[in-house]
Design a protein around this ligand. Structure first.
Ligand SMILES: [Fe+2]
Ligand SMILES: [Fe+2]
Length: 318
C-alpha cells in the first residue's frame, strides 16, 4: 500500500468517525420509511428543523437538500416543513442564495414556514428580513408586508410564527402589536378545540434547561408576557430552536399542564448538538390526530430513525 493511499484511507476513516461539516451525508430513506401510527386517521403531518446556520458551502446545500430528499423517498406525507430560525450563519446574501436555491427547487413539501433567528438578524437585520419574508410570502402565498410575524392555516390547523422585530445579538424583541396579534390568532385557532402550533427561534426563560444550557439563550424582555398569552389557551405547542440542545430530558417541556401547553426545543441541524443524542441533521416530525399529537425524532440528513429516550412524545389533546 502506497503511503499516499494509506494517508487518504486514514483521513477518510477519520472523517467517517467524526463527520466534519464538509461531509455530505448519504441517505438511507428507503430502508427507513417514515412510519405513522395511523395513516388513515392522520389529519396533519409536518416536520421541524432548526439552526441550519447555512454557510456558503456546497456541502451545506447538499445536506439541507437531504431533508427534502428524505421527505420524498421515505414515504412521508408532510404538509409542511418548519424551519425555526438561524437559517443563515451570518445573514450574507450568498448564504440565503444557497438556502433558497434548495427550497425553491424542492417539490417534496407543499409549504415551508420560516422564521429568523439571531444569526439571521444580528448583522444585517433589514436585508435578512427582506430576503426571508419575501420567501415566506412566496412559499405560503401570503403578504406579510414588512412584518416579521404571520399565521397560516393548513387543513384547518393554524401555525403562528412570531419573531424579533429588530436587530439584537441573541434575544428577540416583540412589540405590543405582535403580542396582540398572537393573542387574537390563538383565540381564533383554538375556538373549535384544535391544537395550534406557534414557532419562534428563541425559547422562554427557564425552559429547556435555560439559563444553564445557554446563558443568554431565552426570548428576552417579552418572554413572560408571551408565555402568559400562550398559556391562556388549550393545546398550544410552542416550537423553538436556538439552543442546539440535542435530544435530551429537557427537549420537551410542559408549560402549563392544565391547558396542555407544551414547548419543544428542536435540535440544531447544521452542527453537532450539546446534550443527549447530539447528532446533527436531526429534528422531529409531527402526526396530528383528532385526539393526540405525536412528535418523533428523525435524522433527516441521513434518512434514519434515532433510538433512545426522548425520541418520541405522544400528547393527548384535551
Ligand atoms: Fe443557532
Ligand atoms: Fe440562535
Amino acid at each position: 500500500m502506497s503511503a499516499k493511499f494509506f494517508i487518504q484511507k486514514y483521513i477518510a476513516q477519520l472523517k467517517a468517525l467524526n463527520p466534519k461539516y464538509d461531509t455530505i451525508f448519504e441517505l438511507h430513506s428507503e430502508e427507513n420509511p417514515v412510519i405513522y401510527q395511523d395513516r388513515e386517521n392522520l389529519r396533519l403531518s409536518f416536520a421541524m428543523i432548526a439552526d441550519t446556520h447555512l454557510p456558503n458551502r456546497e456541502s451545506a446545500s447538499a445536506n439541507l437538500n437531504n431533508f427534502f430528499l428524505d421527505a420524498e423517498k421515505s414515504g412521508a406525507e408532510y404538509d409542511a416543513m418548519l424551519m425555526a430560525g438561524d437559517i443563515a450563519d451570518w445573514g450574507f446574501n450568498s448564504e440565503y442564495d444557497r438556502v433558497f436555491d434548495v427550497m425553491d427547487k424542492q417539490t417534496a413539501v407543499p409549504k415551508i414556514f420560516l422564521t429568523m433567528g439571531n444569526h439571521d438578524v444580528r448583522v444585517f437585520f433589514k436585508n435578512s428580513r427582506n430576503r426571508v419574508m419575501e420567501r415566506v410570502d412566496r412559499y405560503l402565498g401570503i403578504e406579510t408586508k414588512g412584518k416579521t410575524y404571520y399565521s397560516y392555516d393548513i387543513k384547518g390547523y393554524t401555525f403562528i410564527v412570531i419573531c424579533t422585530e429588530r436587530r439584537l445579538l441573541e434575544k428577540a424583541s416583540l412589540t405590543k402589536e405582535q403580542i396582540d396579534f398572537l393573542d387574537k390568532e390563538l383565540a381564533r385557532a383554538t375556538k373549535d378545540g384544535k391544537p395550534v402550533f406557534v414557532m419562534c427561534h428563541q425559547a422562554f426563560k427557564n425552559t429547556h434547561g435555560l439559563p444553564e444550557v445557554w446563558k443568554t439563550g431565552d426570548m428576552g424582555e417579552e418572554s413572560d408576557e408571551v408565555r402568559a398569552v400562550m398559556e391562556k389557551y388549550k393545546n398550544v405547542f410552542f416550537i423553538n430552536g436556538h439552543l442546539h440542545g440535542g435530544i435530551f430530558e429537557k427537549t420537551l417541556e410542559v408549560l402549563k399542564e392544565e391547558n396542555n401547553v407544551y414547548s419543544l426545543s428542536v435540535p440544531g441541524y447544521r452542527k453537532e448538538n450539546n446534550f443527549g443524542i447530539k447528532d446533527c441533521g436531526t429534528g422531529y416530525y409531527a402526526e396530528v390526530y383528532d385526539d393526540r399529537v405525536v412528535f418523533t425524532a428523525r435524522k433527516f440528513i441521513s434518512g434514519e430513525y434515532l433510538e433512545g429516550d426522548y425520541t418520541k412524545f405522544e400528547i393527548k389533546l384535551i
